[in-house]
Design a protein around this ligand. Sequence first.
Ligand SMILES: C[S@@+](CC[C@H](N)C(=O)[O-])C[C@H]1O[C@@H](n2cnc3c(N)ncnc32)[C@H](O)[C@@H]1O
Length: 302
Amino acid sequence: MTPTGSSGDLAADRRYHWALGAAQSRDFEAARDLFGQVLDLAPHWAPAWFGLGESLEGLGRRAEAAAAFREALARDPGDCAGAALRLARLSGESPASAPRAYVKTLFDQYAEKFDRHLTEVLAYRGPQILLDSVEQAAPGRAFAHMLDLGCGAGLAGEAFRAKTACLTGVDLAPSMIAKARAKSLYDRLVAADLLDFLGEEPAASADLAVAADVFVYTGDLDPIFAAVARVLIPGGLFAFTAQSLVEGAGFRVGDDLRFAHSETYVRDCAAKAGLGVRTFSAAATRKDRGADVPGWAVVLAK
Ligand SMILES: C[S@@+](CC[C@H](N)C(=O)[O-])C[C@H]1O[C@@H](n2cnc3c(N)ncnc32)[C@H](O)[C@@H]1O
């Protein structure tokens, strides 16, 4: 994601926009030079360090790119731009999750075109795949209270509305919540981190939790599974998608800056949270540059 804003120095801002233009045309050498000029004028400015990191990564100068991303992170510890994910991609060492400020900024910027872009360009089918998985795990079952974790603009709400008497959605990005609200599908919508939200929900207060295409922004699933298990009634279901890590164990940030999880890791997290596996299937929820992105569709039961 490209950071925006002002450095506080007009000459630096002008060069920054030229640098962004060069980077967009994939002229990484020119971009590197221009971001360097910006930093001569505004050495404190995180977006220029981030841009320099991207240009250096584009030039294949990985160690220097990592150093620039570290400078960006030091100047913006909240990490709106996602420098920590860039570092993870360069080093192979994954953080526990994507920076919250990064996810919030990304989806606040994306909200307006989200539904159409996802369904028309990326051929996104996460909610429908989860609806089918839940139907397979519990044919014909209706639910009293569903939690839509990372509800975004409400695509999973649309898919599941007829199956649940009460529908609650939570999302980090207020603009996505506003989009979901405009659909008048949800009984309750909350703008919050899903883990904070789950911590505030009464125990045994939901019989279905759904997270469609959300765990690509979280590596460590242990705390989330434990929190979901607490709010589910006995027999309650937890349906989610994840991107699959085919080689290696645990979870990792991939070239697409998303987290992928191994099957063993997901099964271990479920077992630790006291959740049994009802269905565990390979499922591609969307495409990337025309090719299916391999993933899992999973239904767990308390
Ligand atoms: C790719 S979208 C999917 C939205 C929706 N579930 C769907 O299927 O259309 C991912 C959503 O998860 C939200 N998200 C990611 N991490 C989150 C977290 N820790 N807490 C709350 N929302 C989160 C993002 O803000 C974004 O709206």
